[in-house]
Ligand binder design. Structure first.
Ligand SMILES: CC(C)(COP(=O)(O)OP(=O)(O)OC[C@H]1O[C@@H](n2cnc3c(N)ncnc32)[C@H](O)[C@@H]1OP(=O)(O)O)[C@@H](O)C(=O)NCCC(=O)NCCS
Length: 187
C-alpha cells in the first residue's frame, strides 16, 4: 500500500480516505469495539493486516477516513488469486456513529473496490448481517446485488448473512460521493 496522502482537495471538508498504517491501529481497534455489528478481530490480527506483505497469495488492505490522526472510520478488504482467478472481499466497513450519513462509508467502500480492481479482481463479494438494513442499502447504492443468504451465520447477536456481489468490470466504481485521487478519496 502507498503511504499517507497528506494533501487535501481545496473544496474538501477535510476528510481524506487513505491507506491505514500502524499508527492508526489503536483507534481502529477502539472504534471496532464500540461497533456491535462490525466483525471483531484482535489487535494482533489488525496489526498483521496492516503489515501484510502479500505472502501466500492473499493480499489485504485497510483504508481509513481521517483528519490527521483522528479516524472517522475504516474499511478492510482482501484479494486472492491472480488474473481472471482473482477474488476480492469487502470484509468490514465502520464509520463513527456521530459521523454517519455523510458519505464516508461509501467512500471507504469505494477505496476497497478500487484497490480490488487494481489487484485484478473482476468482482467483489461481501457478507452482511440481514438486520443491518442501512449497510445493505449502502452496498446496494454502490452496485452490490444480493446473491444468497446464510441462515444463522452470525452470533452475538444471532443473525443471517446476506451474501452480495458487485462486478468491477475493469472500471472504477462510479457511485456516491467523492473523487478517487491516487490512493486517497478526497472530500
Ligand atoms: C454501514 C455504515 C458503514 C454506513 O456508513 P455511512 O458513512 O453512514 O454511509 P454513507 O453516508 O456513505 O451512506 C450512503 C447511503 O447508504 C444508505 N445508508 C447508510 N446508512 C443507512 C442507515 N442507517 N439507514 C438507511 N440507509 C442508510 C443511504 O442510502 C445513504 O445515503 P443517504 O445518506 O444519502 O441516504 C455505518 O452505518 C456503520 O458503521 N455501521 C456499523 C458497522 C456496520 O454494520 N458495518 C457494515 C458491516 S461490516
Amino acid at each position: 500500500m502507498a503511504g499517507d496522502i497528506m494533501d487535501v482537495h481545496p473544496d474538501s471538508s477535510g476528510w481524506v480516505v487513505r491507506p491505514g498504517n500502524e499508527a492508526d491501529l489503536a483507534e481502529i481497534v477502539l472504534l471496532e469495539r464500540e461497533t456491535l455489528t462490525a466483525p471483531h478481530w484482535s489487535a494482533a490480527e489488525y496489526s498483521a493486516v496492516l503489515k501484510w506483505s502479500g505472502d501466500g497469495g492473499l493480499r489485504r488492505c485497510v483504508y481509513v477516513a481521517a483528519q490527521g490522526r483522528f479516524l472517522a472510520g475504516y474499511a478492510v478488504g482482501s484479494a486472492v488469486g491472480v488474473g481472471h482467478e482473482a477474488e476480492a472481499e469487502l470484509e468490514s466497513v465502520v464509520v463513527r456513529d456521530e459521523l454517519r450519513r455523510q458519505g464516508l462509508g461509501s467512500a471507504l467502500c469505494r477505496a476497497v473496490m478500487e484497490w480490488s480492481r487494481r489487484e485484478g479482481a473482476a468482482a467483489i463479494a461481501l457478507e452482511v448481517r440481514a438486520a443491518s438494513a442501512g449497510a445493505v442499502k449502502l452496498y446496494g447504492g454502490l452496485g452490490f446485488v444480493a446473491t444468497g443468504r446464510r441462515p444463522r451465520y452470525y452470533h452475538d447477536p444471532a443473525d443471517d448473512a446476506v451474501v452480495m456481489h458487485c462486478a468491477l468490470s475493469g472500471k472504477r466504481p462510479s457511485s456516491v460521493g467523492a473523487d478517487l485521487y491516487g490512493d486517497a478519496v478526497l472530500f
